[in-house]
Design a binder for this molecule. Structure first.
Ligand code: ZN
Length: 206
């Protein structure tokens, strides 16, 4: 079993100096069975863990993985955030590889949402065309009225429910929740090109 006390007076293999971190802030235990446990030691500003949705949540005691993103104290320059695996690594290669994997997943999500948008546009255009051409071909009667109504309904519904730009923006916001620099001394938000280049432009870690 291995145990690390994390804090400004902790025994973690890297120095923590941020003001928002307690002397003995949290503890990580790596059991002989390979199970990692994180425990807040009644710290002043709390211990936070990033969930799958990208949101940071305050925790007491919880089982984590080496790739759990932890924040001791506030999630700004006064706090200290890092991946648990950094207790075992001296570089940030594994962290950047993990960030690249996340980027690949977001790229795939974006691509499939663009594909969906193209299909929707085609569907909307086809329905409108059918309604338009149909209303000319059928010159009067209830069928023409139905076709005109179909045309209006399609354009109304597509305006309300089909908004690919908004969806793209939402995905971008979600993506940026995962863009924190893995270096515990750095509070920089990485850009996509920094992740792909596997180096932070601020602290030069990588
Ligand atoms: Zn950095």
């Amino acid at each position: 079993m291995k145990q690390f006390i994390l804090g400004t007076e902790g025994n973690q293999p890297f120095k923590i100096t941020q003001m928002g971190v307690s002397h003995q802030h949290a503890r990580i235990t790596i059991g002989d069975d390979g199970v990692w446990t994180l425990e807040d030691l009644n710290s002043t500003n709390g211990t936070f863990v990033r969930g799958e949705d990208g949101e940071m949540r305050r925790v007491g005691t919880m089982v984590i993985t080496p790739m759990t993103f932890i924040c001791l104290g506030p999630s700004n320059a006064n706090g200290c955030s890092f991946y648990a695996i950094h207790l075992q690594n001296t570089d940030f290669i594994e962290e950047f590889e993990y960030l690249n994997k996340l980027e690949d997943e977001f790229d795939a999500k974006e691509e499939s949402s663009e594909k969906m948008a193209r299909m929707m546009r085609l569907l909307i255009a086809s329905a409108s065309l059918i309604a338009l051409v149909g209303s000319f071909v059928v010159s009067h009667g209830p069928l023409q009225l139905m076709l005109l109504r179909l045309g209006s309904a399609v354009s109304l519904l597509s305006t309300i429910f089909f908004n690919p730009a908004e969806k793209k923006k939402k995905l971008q916001v979600e993506r940026e929740k995962f863009h924190a620099c893995p270096n515990p001394k750095c509070a920089h938000t990485l850009r996509k090109n920094e992740i792909r280049a596997m180096q932070c432009s601020k602290c030069k870690c990588g």
